[in-house]
Structures are given as C-alpha cells and as structure tokens.
Design a binder for this molecule. Structure first.
Ligand SMILES: [Zn+2]
Length: 126
C-alpha cells in the first residue's frame, strides 16, 4: 500500500509539472496570435486561439484535480470520492492518479457536462 502510495504521489507530481509546462506553452501560443492584420490570417489565428482556449480549459481543469489530489494526499483523504465519499477503486487510481471521483460519480458528472454543452450549442443556434 505504501509502495502504491509512493507510486501515485510521483505520478501526480509528474503530471503537475507536465501540465504546468503545457499551460505555459499554450499561453505563449495565445499571445503569438496577436497582431495579425490580414483577414484570413486573423481568422486562422482566431480558430487556432479557440483551439488553444479549449486545450487550456482542459489543462487547467486537470491541474485543479491534480492539486486537489496532492492536497488530499497531505490531509490523508486521498482516494475518497468527492461526491459519495466512498473509496475510489485502486485500479482507477492507477490509471488516473488524480481522479477526484469514483467511476460511478464520474459517469454521472460527464453525462451532465455533455448535456450542458449540447444545450449551449442549441441556444447559440436558436
Ligand atoms: Zn462517488
């Protein structure tokens, strides 16, 4: 168990530096997009920027999970689902060491998220 904890801790820390680097790279890309005058260039850089923003939001969300996992490790609450407070399966933690929810709660969350996204698009189209 301690060995597994060490392994998970290292995995979460590694993920954290990986994310921090990716976020830096993405935000650098965002600022490079400024100052293009040609309409076509502008449109291309705008769609690139949309992509970067989407990537950024995924990265920062994951970073929040990673930070929460590190905090939970410190406080000894690591491996407990944030929703139902049941233990998260160790197989799930091995796959995603920064998982904040058990597989069942995560499925419910994902379901809600996708539905919200679908509704947002529908509103825009209307
Ligand atoms: Zn749960």
């Amino acid at each position: 168990m301690t060995d597994q904890m060490d392994f998970l801790k290292t995995a979460v820390r590694n993920k954290r530096s990986e994310l921090a680097l990716a976020i830096r790279t993405q935000s650098a890309q965002l600022s490079v997009c400024e100052g293009e005058h040609d309409v076509l260039d502008r449109m291309q850089s705008m769609s690139r920027r949309d992509e970067s923003v989407a990537v950024m939001s995924t990265l920062t969300r994951t970073l929040a999970d990673v930070d929460a996992a590190l905090l939970a490790m410190k406080e000894g609450s690591y491996g407990t689902c944030a929703e139902c407070e049941r233990p998260i399966a160790s197989r799930r933690l091995e796959a995603i060491p920064w998982a904040s929810h058990c597989i069942r709660c995560q499925e419910v969350l994902d379901h809600h998220k996708y539905r919200r996204v679908a509704v947002a698009y529908w509103d825009e189209a209307a």
